[in-house]
Design a protein around this ligand. Structure first.
Ligand code: ZN
Length: 227
């Protein structure tokens, strides 16, 4: 167990839930930070608050306003088909929000700095294996971001990404191994349409790219658990 505090970016979704569970196992103290940035649906933030409450973790929400919405083309921020290609970068999905991860990590590092952490430990659920190819979810980006924040704050910053090389099935397994499977299913929302219908694989519409990924991951996890 590391005798320092970790700060977890908590979105209300499946991945950040598992990151919080992971951080609680690894660190003596844990705080959660959520960010309101003008997302099309902010129902996820309700679940983030419920998760923090459930684990008795201090939870801070920063409303960073609508500048990301004002400057970005993404179906997470305005209308459009999540399954289409991005308006600007055809190789990326329409849901891509440029620099979102970088901005979030900057915000949470400032929060930790304000608490005068001598060593800033950040935890985020970014994942290279299973996701839509968002460039700011890649391992090399996260490593560069940690260096950038360390230089900008003049103190060591470590960014932990416990899910970087996990697929969705393995993420389900992490929650199950920690005895938090029921909480994962009921207390998280990853659906792009913010549909809260409860299924055995979690809450969602079952049709958007995020639900499809979650549903497939659950089925793979069930198969894996049988073996
Ligand atoms: Zn959905």
């Amino acid at each position: 167990m590391i005798s320092e505090k970790a700060y977890v970016l908590l979105s209300g979704g499946q991945d950040s839930f598992v990151c919080l569970v992971w951080a609680l196992q690894q660190f003596e103290d844990v705080e959660a930070v959520s960010i309101q940035y003008g997302q099309r649906h902010n129902r996820e933030l309700f679940y983030a608050a419920e998760v923090a409450k459930h684990f008795c973790v201090k939870h801070t929400v920063y409303d960073i306003g609508d500048f990301i919405t004002a400057m970005s083309d993404s179906t997470l921020l305005s209308s459009g088909d999540h399954n289409a290609s991005h308006k600007v970068a055809g190789n990326l999905p329409a849901s891509f929000v440029p620099n979102r991860n970088g901005i979030f990590l900057t915000v949470i590092s400032s929060h930790a700095f304000r608490n005068n952490e001598k060593h800033i430990n950040l935890v985020t659920g970014t994942c290279e294996t299973d996701f839509s190819g968002y460039p700011d979810c890649r391992d090399n980006y996260i490593k560069a971001k940690a260096l950038e924040l360390s230089l900008g704050l003049d103190r060591p910053v470590t960014i932990y990404t416990p899910l970087m090389w996990k697929n969705k099935a393995e993420t389900f397994a992490m929650a199950a191994d920690a005895g938090k499977f029921k909480e994962l299913i009921e207390l998280t929302l990853t659906c792009y349409n913010a549909d809260e219908t409860l299924h055995k694989w979690g809450r969602g519409c079952g049709e958007c790219p995020s639900c499809k990924l979650r549903k497939r991951g659950y089925e793979e996890y069930v198969d894996m658990a049988k073996k």
